[in-house]
Design a protein around this ligand. Structure first.
Ligand code: OAD
Length: 234
């Protein structure tokens, strides 16, 4: 293959065919609340029960979905590529891991992790959280919050992402609308270091003109096809 250091960015579109709603495809409402009303630190301070219920429901939903061909193809690329494949996802689901990806940087956090607000320690969770849940780190009630990045908060792992992008010779963006920064700006950083840039998405994204190559279609089709092309060395 002509590329050594591949960086992949995925968004909600990669999990759409597994049955998880994208953000901007649905009507954006949850039980009549706008997403911005539940996915913020202010909402959590105002009504922790409501915010916990939103994430509890989403965590439950993971039990009824499975990875699709796009997740599986990305994991195959990570296994079979002789160089590095740095996978960044904006998704809080665990479908990349369940497809076999061993390294995944969840820049917007994970549904299956919680954070102790007193110590900052992150712990795995399977069960529902509520304002009465005793923290497994510090034992206080109600201090565990979902380890997800809310509107207005800093994404996770930006230093490592910057290092990976600086070394990239191929940047592939999959299933993301290009609306949310800093992720939407990664393509420009990759171009600055001379990486080839590829968009795999259902439709042209907001920043589609920043990419040098495009394959538009369902992720379960275009991702396996593109991975096969890469692994065949073309
Ligand atoms: P969006 O919902 O904004 O975009 C999903 C993209 O996937 C759209 O461009 C769709 O066209 C495309 N798409 C839909 N179905 C597809 C399919 N079957 N195959 C391929 N592409 C498909 O989701 P994100 O870009 O991931 O942040 O949103 C970015 C961030 O916005 C999220 O991580 C979330 C939200 O605010 C936080 O929660 C911090």
């Amino acid at each position: 293959m002509r590329y050594q250091n591949i960086v992949i960015l995925t968004g909600a579109g990669v999990s759409a065919e597994s049955g998880l709603n994208t953000f901007r495809g649905a009507d954006g409402l949850w039980e009549n609340h706008r997403l911005e009303e539940v996915a913020t630190p202010e909402a959590f301070a105002r009504d922790p029960q409501l915010v916990q219920r939103f994430y509890n429901q989403r965590r439950h939903q993971l039990n009824s979905v499975v990875p699709n061909a796009a997740h599986i193809a990305i994991a195959q690329l990570q296994r079979e590529h002789s160089g590095a494949v740095f996978l960044i996802t904006q998704n809080v689901d665990d479908l990349h891991e369940r497809a076999g990806s061993e390294f995944v940087l969840h820049m917007h956090g994970e549904l299956k992790r919680a954070r102790c607000q007193s110590t900052g320690k992150v712990v795995p969770i399977e069960d529902d959280l509520s304002p009465d849940t005793a923290c497994t780190v510090c034992a206080a009630s109600g201090c565990l919050r979902p380890n997800v990045v809310w509107f207005g908060e800093m994404p996770i792992g930006m230093d490592a992402i910057e290092v990976a992008l600086n070394q990239a010779d191929l940047f592939i963006s999959i299933g993301t609308s290009g609306n949310v920064y800093p992720a939407a700006g990664f393509v420009q950083l990759a171009r600055q270091v001379g990486a080839h840039t590829v968009e795999l998405n259902l439709e042209p994204s907001q920043g589609a003109n920043l990419f040098q190559e495009h394959h538009h279609g369902m992720a379960s089709e275009v991702v396996p096809a593109y991975v096969a092309e890469l692994l065949a060395g073309s």
